[in-house]
Ligand binder design. Sequence first.
Ligand code: MSP
Length: 501
Amino acid sequence: MSKRFYITTAIDYVNGQPHLGHAYEKIIADVIARARRSLGQEVFFLTGLDEHGQKVQQAAQAEKKNPQEYCDGLAADWQAFAKKLELTNDDFVRTTDPRHKEFVQATLSKLNAAGHFYKATYTGFYSAKEETFLTEKDRLPDGKFDASYGEVAELKEDNYYFKLGAHQQWLIDYIETNPDFITPSYRRNEVLGFLKNNTLEDLCISRPVARLNWGIPIPFDPEFVTYVWFDALVNYASIAHAHAALGLWPADIHVIGKDILKFHAVYWPIMLKAMGLPLPKQILVHGWWQKDGAKISKSTGNIIDPIAVINEWGLDAFRFYVLRELDIGPDGNWTDAGFGSRYQAELANGLGNLVNRSLSMLKRYRNGIVPAKSDELAADAAKAADETRALFKQSQLQAALQSIWGLVNRANKFVDETAPFKLAKDPAQAQRLDEVLYNLAESCRVLAVLLNPFLPETSTKIYAQLGLTGSPDKLADATWGGLQAGQTIGEPAPLFPRKDV
Ligand code: MSP
């Protein structure tokens, strides 16, 4: 049996409500997961929550809740959000899960026994208000620290450190010999540039319980909890371990945003090497969304509420826009006008109109009965299917949508060229009309199969409107000629109602 395709997202901090950036990353991973299943692979898709840390501890305090209670409340919202996006995740990790905590502790013990950690005293400037250490670089020209840090005191603190330095050259070599490990390539170059021009400092992995208690206790020293990355990153492996029978590790793809690249491309590989585990095959790095050219920010009110957009426009329209508008890599800019015009042009007038007029004409002129097979658009459909298959394997989702729309546009043009409404008026053109109607209906069927990972609801509706009982979720079914002559289609209905924008 071939290994399951294991794909993960970053786990989100649980200190607020999900926004566009979180939704985007999950939709990328979901479409890749569905695409791989459509290609016939077995898939395991993991997403979840990062629940420990100072911010959560404080937010819980502010609401007079204990941190676990606080996390449980928010976790329910985030799980509902995953449902709203119709994610096909196979598990949902919470870093407060005992199965995760136990794995983290076992890992820490093992690495400690093997000599990967040491304890050291750090002396530095500390802002209690911002819960952060400051360095000389943070001083203003007048030598003071910015007022926003409040009182800055010199602090002496013991902590545990993970030795990174010894692995620096190994990591450079690994990244250079595995060109797809970090994708896109400009992100790989960034990591290589960083590794070649800096000496890696050892990674602080603990916080004293006195300062932070909402964390995973370090098993060999109860006065400390593990801090951030030795907890969060390990989720990918702890959950693989929880499903040991499936043989998930190594992960095939970690989907992450550009801001957490260093953690995934530098610290995580070295942690895995120390743990004696193979590295994930790929770190797929997406860019950041802005709205109207400015940073998404709760405090300025510059936000997009994905749930509101989905309620207004439909889930598939939202999934479509984020993947069609922005390739995986660069930063993107959300505008409501841009969303509206893609909806109108590509979904309502493009795909929706094609399916609706094709099936309505078949209903009107042939009583909904599929005519004999005809192959005029077969080559166009095969081209879209071949390209889509290849692009799915490279996680090139935007390019796949472009290729699929090549077929949408070709078929719409075919309607205009052949003018079936005119053919229908001339009994001598009956056979020609049959040919045209078959080509259109079969193109709609192929489109349903190709679009299934992106637009699962729409794809299922197209199949139902075609009167097909199966599910459009196998790419092998995109082969031309699947629609059988003599079969009766279902009821045509608009897929994307037109909106006044
Ligand atoms: N908890 C850490 C990740 C640990 S992974 C082992 C974290 N959480 S986060 O909630 O801040 O971010 C989660 C993901 O959302 C990250 O991959 C981040 O890049 C992504 N995004 C957050 N804001 C974003 C945008 N505005 N646009 C696109 N993605 C963004 O980091």
